[in-house]
Write a protein that binds this ligand. Structure first.
Ligand code: SAM
Length: 195
């Protein structure tokens, strides 16, 4: 991506690495195949720190894929730190404990790679989920969003995400996006840092 090799999600993972601390609580708002969920757990937990990952997806298929991927990859102690929910991310506050110090809420929008391309994130619920993420995030936390524009509704969803970010106060938020100028349809990582 940046150097011809990295993908947008790799860029997001690099940024997460600078934000997540061991023992943190983090939220995967679109767990899909489980790759982001695994990356988050590895950053939030180790042998001496229990971090917690709350991961969700609207599709049962995606949760099954995440579960079998995590079962192949993680030991039972690590697996216990991840909780999966079959819900819309706009309802994240119903499953993430209200006293949890959430340092990251990550969205990887669009459809499930290798799955049903008709089931995509939608602007209206994405916006509600961003508002929920804003409420549960601790100071010093990050809302990370990878936006895809190559499918119908993708550009509109980007506009909604950008308008949400542009409306956040300068005093409390630093908001940026990373767009490839010579590949306008490449996925776009957007980072909203809460001061
Ligand atoms: N993060 C995933 C990974 O590492 O494999 C990839 C996510 S994929 C690009 C987008 C996912 O968002 C799909 O699995 C889709 O089912 C899910 N999704 C769509 N609408 C959603 C919603 N309203 N709430 C939660 N997940 C949703």
């Amino acid at each position: 991506y940046l150097f011809g090799k990295m993908k947008a999600t790799d860029v997001a993972h690099i940024v997460w690495k600078h934000v997540i601390q061991k023992g943190d609580t983090v939220v995967d708002a679109t767990c899909g195949n489980g790759f982001d969920t695994l990356a988050m757990l590895k950053l939030a937990a180790d042998d001496s720190h229990k971090g917690f990952v709350y991961a969700m997806d609207i599709q049962k298929d995606a949760l099954d894929k995440t579960l079998s991927f995590l079962e192949e990859t993680l030991n039972p102690t690590e697996k216990e730190l991840i909780t999966l929910f079959n819900i819309c991310h706009s309802k994240m506050e119903e499953v993430v404990p209200s006293n949890a110090p959430v340092r990251l809420v990550a969205f990887n929008l669009g459809y499930l790679p290798g799955g049903d391309k008709e089931i995509i994130t939608r602007s209206e619920t994405t916006l509600l989920a961003l508002e929920a993420a804003k409420r549960i995030l601790i100071p010093g936390g990050l809302i990370s969003i990878v936006v895809y524009v190559g499918h119908p509704g993708g550009w509109e969803e980007l506009e909604v995400v950008e308008a949400f970010a542009a409306g956040l106060s300068v005093k409390n938020w630093i908001c940026c996006k990373l767009q490839m100028l010579n590949r306008p349809c490449a996925p776009i990582p957007i980072f909203l840092f809460k001061r």
